[in-house]
Write a protein that binds this ligand. Structure first.
Ligand SMILES: Cc1cc2nc3c(=O)[nH]c(=O)nc-3n(C[C@H](O)[C@H](O)[C@H](O)COP(=O)(O)OP(=O)(O)OC[C@H]3O[C@@H](n4cnc5c(N)ncnc54)[C@H](O)[C@@H]3O)c2cc1C
Length: 386
């Protein structure tokens, strides 16, 4: 690995730093107005969708430029670049790879502008890990598909305007991966019902989505009929690589160290307890290992080699870290650990209780740890299929 910056890369890093000096106030001073202005400014710089081709409105950046931008942003705890999370993380890249020119024109600018949200309709009540067995059905009738079936655990379905949806268009495929088709569907289509599901941290971030004779124009199909699995594999790799971000873990860890300073054990800051320090050091070492792993992926990309299943390694590692950080934060606070927002004496207004209960999104969403282990075993280590 050689990460010495070229003069152009150095100049770009200086440009990012200068921009941040000018436009990014300290966290405590960030107002709602600031967030609006921030999104407008980073969009003007083409830093939203920075890696996407310039002809669709992206920044056309090199992999190294992306790495520099991400690193500088993370160091300064900058807000996200863009607001349409799923659109930017995997719907947009899938449209760029498999979409028609018309689809690119129709959807990409809105994703970059954060005009509305996308949600993801993959999982079904009986098919999550075994996604390729999905049963939600679409039958072609003239210039439309008629969709019937159900999805579940659809995050942010309640306020999304569009859904990237996987349906079965062939009930008699040679292989279950064939016969799946990807459709882009407006959430206000007639026949769609959304029923929110309350999660264990009290929010209702995800939902069941029912499709009852929903007509979807053929022009909303992404990729060829029956080739939806290919589209999904590429989208899921994007999901895993974005979930595998190290920056948010580092932020959690900084917060955890501050919490250990604030909480007491035997009348002294918990941070003075050697067992607490050991645990924190171990967490930091593992996050650092994840960061180094990320650099290995970067090296591979810089050499022009495509990334495939490697992102599963960091997804697996992050899953374990998220759970441990949440558990440790609750433990440090003793009896106040489980208290929620608004309850006295919850530290950071119940933030850590939320962290401790929010892990399923990172751990289960995008494929459970067992599934990541299977992927690593079969596709990276070449072990026999289970
Ligand atoms: C917070 C959150 C947000 C989500 N958001 C979305 C979303 O927006 N859109 C969407 O489509 N889905 C979403 N999901 C669903 C998620 O993708 C599925 O929950 C996940 O893929 C697991 O599927 P399942 O729940 O059906 O569990 P199952 O597949 O039934 O798995 C149950 C258990 O069995 C294990 N298991 C299953 N198969 C194997 C195997 N072959 N080998 C070893 N172990 C195995 C699993 O690891 C797991 O521990 C979300 C889930 C969560 C928790």
């Amino acid at each position: 690995m050689d990460f010495t910056l070229t003069p152009e890369e150095q100049a770009f890093r200086d440009e990012v730093r200068a921009f941040l000096d000018e436009n990014l106030p300290p966290e405590a001073e960030r107002t709602p107005e600031f967030y609006g202005t921030w999104q407008k400014r980073v969009r003007e710089k083409r830093w939203v969708g920075f890696s996407w081709p310039r002809d669709v409105g992206g920044g056309g950046a090199s992999i190294m430029q992306q790495a520099i931008l991400k690193e500088e942003m993370a160091k300064r705890k900058a807000p996200p670049l863009g607001t349409c999370f799923m659109g930017l993380a995997w719907v947009g890249p899938a449209i760029i790879e498999y979409g028609t020119e018309e689809q690119k024109r129709r959807f990409i600018p809105d994703i970059l502008d954060g005009a509305y949200h996308w949600c993801t309709g993959y999982s079904e009540p009986d098919y999550g890990s075994d996604l390729a067995s999905l049963q939600c059905k679409a039958v072609r009738e003239g210039d439309a598909y008629v969709v019937n079936g159900q999805k579940i655990w659809t995050s942010i379905a309640v306020w999304s305007k569009w859904i990237i949806l996987l349906v079965r268009t062939s009930t008699n495929p040679r292989d279950k991966h064939d016969g799946i088709t990807c459709l882009l569907v407006p959430m206000d289509s007639e026949g769609i019902t959304v029923r929110p599901i309350k999660n264990m941290s009290g929010g209702a971030l995800f939902a069941e989505v029912f499709f009852d004779d929903v007509r979807v124009p053929v022009e909303n199909r992404l990729g060829a009929e029956g080739q939806g699995w290919k589209v999904t594999i590429s989208a899921l790799a994007h999901e895993r690589s974005s979930i595998a971000e190290v920056a948010s873990l580092m932020r959690h860890l900084e917060g955890l160290v501050a919490l250990a300073r604030e909480c007491t054990r035997n009348g002294r800051p918990a941070l003075h307890d050697p067992s607490v320090r050991r645990r924190l050091a171990r967490l930091e070492t593992r996050i650092e290992a994840m960061r180094t792993n990320g650099l290995r992926y970067l090296t591979k990309q810089l050499k022009g080699e495509p990334l495939s299943s490697e992102t599963s390694v960091n997804k697996l590692q992050r899953a374990a870290l998220e759970i441990e950080i949440g558990d440790m934060a609750v433990e440090l606070q003793g009896h106040a650990g489980p208290l929620t927002r608004g309850a006295s004496p919850a530290k950071a207004d119940g933030h850590w209780q939320h962290v401790a209960l929010a892990w399923p999104e990172v751990v289960i969403g995008g494929g459970t740890p067992n599934i990541q282990r299977n992927i690593i075993a079969e596709r990276i280590l070449g072990l026999p299929k289970d």
